[in-house]
Ligand binder design. Sequence first.
Ligand SMILES: C[S@@+](CC[C@H](N)C(=O)[O-])C[C@H]1O[C@@H](n2cnc3c(N)ncnc32)[C@H](O)[C@@H]1O
Length: 269
Amino acid sequence: MDRPEWAPPGIDVERPSAARLYDYFLGGSHNFAADRAMAQQLLATAPDIPLIAQANRAFLRRAVQMLAESGIRQFLDIGSGIPTLGNVHEVAREVVPDARVVYVDLDPVAVAHSSVLIRGQEGVAAIQGDVRKPGDILHHETVRNLIDFTEPVALLVIALLQFVRDEDDPAGIMAQLRGALPSGSYLALSHGVVDGWRHDKEMVKNLYSRTTTPPASRTRADVAPFFGDFELVDPGLVWVTQWRPDQPSKIDGIKAAKSAVVAGVGRKP
Ligand SMILES: C[S@@+](CC[C@H](N)C(=O)[O-])C[C@H]1O[C@@H](n2cnc3c(N)ncnc32)[C@H](O)[C@@H]1O
């Protein structure tokens, strides 16, 4: 199996990862042969995945834009992924030039490439972290240095929780993360669900089960409680293409439910 020079030391290049599959679906090149082979199998069964990934990415952009326009100056992006077009600090800084952003991801390739992208930029950092250990993230020195938890924070949990299984207590994790934020903070969250999925669910689940972060199967109804007592802003928790769509694109051709991803933004009272 090939091992590109940029592969972080110690990483198992033969085991696909959600971050690198997503990078591949978005047209990126930070993936290994094992990721590409699995991506081809996934595409054979679910050819819409790249459009779904783009639709999710477009939600991230719209949500960050809206949050920055609402006055949010600091963003904690957990499960941030491998950098691609429209990264959070770039989108936020178009509105708030000194917005502070911490990227957190489990995947060493995501952390390494994020670190390269933001090198030399003040107020932006990338750390390795596991959302299943929220206390470690919240108390991480870099997070404490950049994020002021006495001022409103935007917590981004975008297309992450479908990789956190019920036995890892995603409800408890989210309660801990929400609890660390002051009033006026926001949670932007999207989640892949099985309701709208018209492809072979079992096949996709089986393939993703061979990655470093095996998936959880959740429905739209399972996702709403992750917002706790945060008040959903308009239009609520909806299919990802329906959350404040702003510009026509080929993604609009996807029927909303076919996106298989729900998304929403909630504000802490
Ligand atoms: C589908 S990608 C989403 C990337 C980005 N948030 C976006 O929506 O464009 C999911 C990301 O979650 C990361 N991830 C999976 N499990 C994680 C965990 N336990 N802790 C932190 N990140 C995790 C993966 O490495 C991957 O980068």
